[in-house]
Design a binder for this molecule. Structure first.
Ligand code: 4AD
Length: 442
């Protein structure tokens, strides 16, 4: 039997009802609707009362109007509610519509005296201590939605370019960054790269967004013990320039998205974050590590660590290159072999490898990537030279012996990207439940 047409169009299989985002986007139609959310603020007047309701689906709130202020007296900040009423065009300025409340039900009461999320400005440290509630603040709600928007935008970019999204293991037996194998048989992954290399030799283009774990001892604004990394890996790429092209295009795709949450977060962003210029068609500059060392040396800046060829770039060097030298994102390529992991492809000069880091203002390193050594003998030599267990990496070198294609890729810290996009000082504010050395509240 068939349903009548009008029933099919009204059919809502999820029965979820409308979110506040959907309500605000709809036309006032004088029908009774039901809205769920949390009370943001209440304003009681003699003859009328107003309550702002949020449900986190949008940075905006819906105003509920109570023609009998008595009905609003049960409402307190933070309480969860169900309100029914009629959606009407708002006579007030600043909002297009409001809900004329008919009934209100408090689903979860909230004591206004002891509610930790009070109106006045709350410090970052205080909010970290209340991680179970800080996601309800405007800023942290915006961060949550921005993460979601950016993730969708990245999916769009990679899908448009025929990259397959793949899942890689969290528990691994290898350390992709070339550290010594300990006696324990398995680890939490530090990077999905080696597994993506396997997959990129079957489906040519692959990417993932996965949790990564690092026992970072340093307490910095850019390091977490658990973070999310976007990693892309593809076959038949032969130059660092081509790697940089994809990294740049994927990030520009994200920089160009429209996001009210990013606008909200960036309200007092320092213009030197260079986001607007970075999103333009102008290519980001590229410089070799060797030239970068020269520039640092002749900069006249006083660095804590004098820049020397052969040593890793310190964050003060990275910041100078992005903030002062390029005044925007800059790729640094071809680092010395001795300071890079075993898998990077040896350059013809035998002292550098075909790799890049992308440095951005305020953050420093956002992306790291390389061509992977696809020549088995050179790869085995690198494994030996770095004192790694050849048995452990046998499958990895074997990959090269059975039709292994030249390939490469990169990894980008998702929280660092959010930090740059949102002008957020510390990556600990870029993930809902941050983990760092010695700290795990919930
Ligand atoms: O430079 P990294 O260590 O590169 C890799 O792991 C490669 N295997 C990636 C690849 O080529 N597929 O890390 C890549 C990025 C860094 O540029 C940084 O943005 C982020 O991951 N990252 C961290 N983000 C937050 N907290 C940490 N502790 C991070 N360590 C790295």
């Amino acid at each position: 039997s068939r349903l009548p047409l009008q029933l099919i169009s009204a059919f809502n299989p999820t029965r979820l009802g409308r979110t506040i985002r959907q309500v605000l986007a709809s036309n006032p139609d004088e029908e009774i609707i039901q809205v769920h959310g949390w009370i943001k603020s209440v304003r009681l007047q003699k003859r009328i009362a107003f309550a702002m309701i949020q449900d986190g689906t949008t940075p905006r709130s819906l105003q509920a109007v109570f023609r009998d202020p008595e009905h609003a007296k049960v409402l307190t900040n933070g309480a969860s509610v169900c309100i029914t009423g009629v959606l009407t065009a708002s006579p007030g300025s600043g909002q297009a519509k409001e809900l004329l409340a008919e009934t209100v039900e408090v689903l979860g009461a909230c004591d206004p005296e002891t509610y930790p999320i009070q109106k006045q400005a709350l410090t970052t440290e205080y909010l970290r201590d209340h991680a179970h509630l800080r996601v309800r603040t405007d800023v942290h709600g915006a961060v949550l939605r921005l993460r979601d928007t950016v993730m969708r935008s990245l999916h769009e970019f990679f899908q448009n370019n025929d990259f397959i999204y793949a899942h890689t293991p969290i528990i691994t037996s290898n350390d992709a960054e070339g550290a010594e194998r300990l006696s324990a048989p398995s680890y939490l992954t530090v990077s999905s790269q080696l597994h993506l290399e396997v997959i990129s030799n079957a489906v040519a283009r692959v990417w993932t967004l996965s949790p990564c774990f690092r026992a970072e001892r340093s307490q910095t604004s850019r390091h977490l013990a658990e973070f999310w990394m976007l990693e892309a890996e593809w076959a038949f790429v032969r130059s660092v320039d081509d790697l940089c092209n994809v990294a740049e295009a994927s990030i520009k795709h994200v920089l160009r998205l429209n996001s009210p949450d990013r606008d909200l977060l960036q309200k007092d962003i320092n213009a030197s974050c260079g986001l607007v210029a970075a999103a333009s068609d102008i290519p980001w500059p590229r410089i070799t590590y060797t030239d970068a060392i020269h520039e640092l040396q002749k900069s006249g800046s006083r660095f804590e660590f004098p820049p020397t060829w052969g040593a890793a770039l310190q964050s003060e060097h990275e910041r100078w290159l992005a903030d002062s030298f390029a005044r925007g994102p800059i790729f640094v390529t071809d680092y010395p072999t001795a300071i890079k992991p075993f898998y990077m492809r040896q350059n013809d000069d035998s002292r550098t490898v075909a790799c890049f880091d992308l440095l951005v203002p305020h953050i420093g390193e956002l992306v790291g990537g390389s061509l992977r050594e696809e020549r088995p003998t050179l790869l085995e030599a690198a494994i030996k030279r770095q004192g790694l267990d050849e048995e452990v990496y046998r499958w990895y070198t074997e990959l090269r012996r059975f039709g292994g294609a030249p390939h490469g890729g990169y990894g980008m810290g998702f929280e660092r990207l959010i930090s740059w996009l949102g002008g957020i000082e510390n990556v600990r504010e870029c993930i809902p439940m941050p983990r760092w050395s010695g700290r795990m509240l919930l």
